[in-house]
Design a protein around this ligand. Structure first.
Ligand code: FPP
Ligand code: MG
Length: 295
C-alpha cells in the first residue's frame, strides 16, 4: 500500500463522503439566490471551477483523523463530521482562489486559475461565496451542541484573519530588496499555512468532545505539520521569499533523523507499526536530499 493510502485508511469512508458532499454543496451554492437569473449559471460555474480538478483534501483529512484519534463517540452515525470536513475544504478553497489573485497565478492544480479564466473581480467574489458557505454549513449543524458550533465559528474566524495577516507579511517580504530574516519567514508561514492546519486538527478534538489537553496536542501536531508542509512547498517551488535553503535543509535533516530515532524507540503496538512505516517512508525519501545539502 502506498504511504498516503496507509495514512488515509482509518477515515477513507468519511473522506469519500466529504468528497460527495463537496459536490452537493457546490451545486447548491446558488440555492435561494437569483435562481431564475440567467447570470446565476455563470456564478455556479465560477464557484465550481476550482473543484473540476481534485485537490489533496489534506485539511478535511487532518480534521477527520484528529476527530477519529480523539474518539468520535456520540457523533457516530451523525453527519456532523462530514459537514465540518466539507466546510474546512471550502475555507481552504476560498483562500486558494484569493491567493491566486494576489500571486497573479495563471494555473492551479494543472488547470487555468479562476482569476485567469474569469478575471480578478469575479475571482475575489467567488472566493467570498465559498467562504460564506463555511458559515452556513457550520452554523446550521443540528448534530452539534450550540457551544461546539460557536467554538468552531470562533476558531475558523480567527484563523482566517491570521491567514490574511500571513499574506500581508509575505507581500511585505516580497517588496523588500533583501531576503527576510528567518524568524520573520517562519512567522509568515505559521500565519498563512500552519495556522489553518493547526485549527483543522484542533477542531477534530473539539468536535469529538476530547479533553482540552488532547485538543491542544492535536493543535500542536497540525501546527508542526503545517510548518513542515510550507517549508517543503517553498523549497520545491524555489520560492523567492525563501531565506536560506542550506540552513533549512540542515535543520530538516536533523528533525527527520530525530523523528526516525524516536519512532524506533516506541513500544510495539499496531499504532506504532503504522507510525514507523509512515515516518520511514517520508524520512527515507527526504533524508538524502537534506543530508546532501549539509555536506
Ligand atoms: C498559498 O500559499 C496560500 C495560503 C496558504 C493562504 C492564503 C490565504 C489568504 C489569501 C487569506 C484567506 C482568505 C479567505 C477568504 C479564506 P502559496 O502561494 O505559497 O502556495 P501555492 O503555491 O499553493 O500558491
Ligand atoms: Mg500562491
Amino acid at each position: 500500500m502506498n504511504t498516503l493510502r496507509y495514512i488515509i485508511q482509518p477515515v477513507s469512508a468519511e473522506l469519500e463522503q466529504v468528497e460527495r458532499n463537496l459536490s452537493v454543496q457546490i451545486s447548491r451554492i446558488a440555492d435561494g439566490h437569483a435562481v431564475t437569473n440567467t447570470y446565476s449559471r455563470l456564478a455556479d460555474r465560477v464557484v465550481g471551477h476550482l473543484f473540476k480538478t481534485h485537490g489533496k483534501r489534506l485539511r478535511p483529512l487532518l480534521f477527520l483523523l484528529s476527530a477519529r484519534s480523539a474518539g468520535v463517540g456520540s457523533l457516530k452515525g451523525t453527519d456532523a463530521l462530514i459537514q465540518v470536513g466539507t466546510s474546512v475544504e471550502l475555507i481552504h478553497s476560498a483562500s486558494l482562489i484569493h491567493d491566486d489573485v494576489i500571486d497573479e497565478a495563471t494555473f492551479r492544480r494543472d488547470r487555468v486559475s479562476v482569476n485567469e479564466r474569469y478575471g480578478n473581480k469575479i475571482a475575489v467574489l467567488a472566493g467570498d461565496i465559498l467562504y460564506t458557505q463555511f458559515y452556513s454549513l457550520v452554523s446550521t449543524l443540528a448534530d452539534l451542541p450550540a457551544e461546539v458550533r460557536l467554538r468552531l465559528l470562533e476558531l475558523f474566524t480567527t484563523v482566517t484573519r491570521r491567514m490574511c495577516f500571513g499574506e500581508i507579511y509575505e507581500e511585505r517580504m516580497r517588496r523588500q530588496r533583501k531576503p527576510p530574516e528567518f524568524e520573520d519567514y517562519l512567522d509568515t508561514i505559521d500565519n498563512k499555512t500552519a495556522s489553518l492546519m493547526a485549527v483543522c486538527c484542533e477542531a477534530g478534538g473539539v468536535v469529538a468532545g476530547a479533553p482540552e489537553e488532547t485538543v491542544e496536542t492535536l493543535r500542536l501536531y497540525g501546527y508542526h505539520l503545517g510548518m513542515a508542509y510550507q517549508l517543503l512547498d517553498d523549497l520545491d517551488d524555489g520560492d523567492a521569499v525563501y531565506p536560506d535553503n542550506s540552513r533549512i535543509g540542515e535543520s530538516a535533516a536533523r528533525h527527520v533523523r530525530s523523528a526516525m530515532e524516536t519512532a524506533a524507540e516506541l513500544p510495539e503496538n499496531e499504532a506504532t507499526t503504522r507510525l514507523r512505516a509512515i515516518v520511514d517512508a517520508v524520512g527515507g525519501a527526504r533524508i538524502p536530499l537534506a543530508a546532501s545539502q549539509t555536506a
